[in-house]
Design a protein around this ligand. Structure first.
Ligand SMILES: NC(=O)C1=CN([C@@H]2O[C@H](COP(=O)(O)OP(=O)(O)OC[C@H]3O[C@@H](n4cnc5c(N)ncnc54)[C@H](OP(=O)(O)O)[C@@H]3O)[C@@H](O)[C@H]2O)C=CC1
Ligand SMILES: Nc1nc(=O)c2c([nH]1)NC[C@@H]1CN(c3ccc(C(=O)N[C@@H](CCC(=O)O)C(=O)O)cc3)C=[N+]21
Length: 296
């Protein structure tokens, strides 16, 4: 079997179109565009690329973008003061503080300082708790993007065996919560899991969020499974001095066994950005006391 390639880039483009429509309606009704503030601490070039592409995508979706780049010498208190200022700024509907933060700043404290109503990353404990208890809140963008691709590919997930590899607060844990919410039977694997290949072999749905280039091999995949590869790993390219992106799954091998698989790049990454815009326009509606935009 050769797996279908799940085109996250195309799905994300469609979603961004719907988000732009909702943003235009919001702007008409309220006299202001939905606003997203991004905060980048330090000069990490990869993070700078994410923040830039998020800024560009916001503009294209008809939203206002407020981007703050701070030196990595900034103190925790100064960063918390900026978060407070953004919490109080009525033009700002969404706040994204790029992670990781420098070691001298307590990321949990910064996340907890964000107004949960503006927490478009869905990382605040209030939003994590809402997700875990089945209440409406803001859901982390990457897992939400993965779920969108899975539902588009499979329809109902009820009764499917799903294995999530990785248990981070950003990806693995919220992914597991969303899959439970869809009535899948969910296993969460991590670095202490025994016989990971065997665990993965049981899965109709594999979500890989490990951060290890091509760790998951084709021989681990159950024939016909659907594979979502969250990993973004930069590895040396054939050409001297160049790099390329690969996922956590050995794509070519897995594509011979799976029924559908996301590529890297062009899979989950673009969906994350589309869902960030979606969460921002949803947060804007809720903050303005308007009903959620339909179909998002
Ligand atoms: N496409 C996108 O939009 C996004 C992509 N990413 C990418 O996804 C990947 C994961 O990100 P993130 O969740 O933040 O990473 P973390 O490093 O926070 O978590 C990695 C998880 O993988 C587990 N793990 C590590 N080694 C193994 C192993 N050998 N076997 C099984 N499990 C293992 C860890 O287990 P333990 O808990 O036991 O340490 C941990 O739970 C990265 O490549 C990241 O770049 C992240 C966010 C968005
Ligand atoms: N507070 C916070 N929220 C995040 O959501 C967050 C974060 N911090 N820190 C870093 C990770 C990583 N992340 C990605 C988003 C999009 C792509 C993406 O669009 N990738 C493209 C390729 C981009 C390229 O070529 O460089 C793709 O996969 O096709 C990748 C990675 C969000 N993260």
């Amino acid at each position: 079997m050769t797996a279908a390639r799940i085109d996250g880039k195309a799905v994300a483009a469609a979603l961004r179109g719907d988000v732009a429509d909702a943003a235009a309606v919001f702007t008409d009704r309220t006299g202001r565009a939905p606003g997203l503030a991004t905060v980048l601490v330090g000069e990490d070039p990869a993070s700078a690329v994410y923040v830039r592409s998020k800024g560009k995508a916001t503009g294209e979706a008809g939203m206002a973008s407020f981007s703050h780049t701070l030196p990595d010498t900034i103190s925790e208190a100064e960063l918390l003061a900026l978060v407070d200022q953004l919490n109080a700024d009525d033009r700002v509907d969404g706040i994204l503080v790029q992670l990781p933060l420098p070691a001298h700043i307590d990321a949990n404290r910064v996340i907890a300082a964000i107004d949960p109503a503006k927490d478009v990353d869905g990382f605040h404990p209030v939003n994590a708790g809402r997700l875990a208890t089945g209440l409406d809140g803001l859901v982390p963008c990457t897992p939400l993007g993965c779920l969108h691709l899975l539902k588009q590919q499979l329809g109902s997930l009820a009764g499917k065996d799903a294995v999530v590899i990785g248990r981070s607060n950003i990806v693995g844990k919220p992914m597991a919560m969303l899959l439970i919410g869809e009535s899948a039977t969910v296993t969460v694997a991590h670095s202490r899991t025994r016989d990971l290949p065997d665990v993965v072999r049981r899965a109709d749905i594999v979500v890989a969020a490990v951060g290890r280039p091509e760790m998951i091999r084709g021989s681990w995949i159950k024939p016909g499974a659907t594979v979502i590869d969250v990993g973004i790993n930069r590895v040396p390219a054939a050409e001297e001095g160049k790099t390329r992106l690969v996922g956590d799954v050995a794509y070519d091998e897995a594509a011979e066994v799976a029924s559908a698989i996301t590529p890297v790049p062009g899979g989950v990454g673009p969906m994350t950005i589309a869902m960030l815009l979606r969460n921002t326009v949803v947060a804007a509606h809720r903050r303005a006391g308007l009903p959620d935009p339909e179909g998002l």
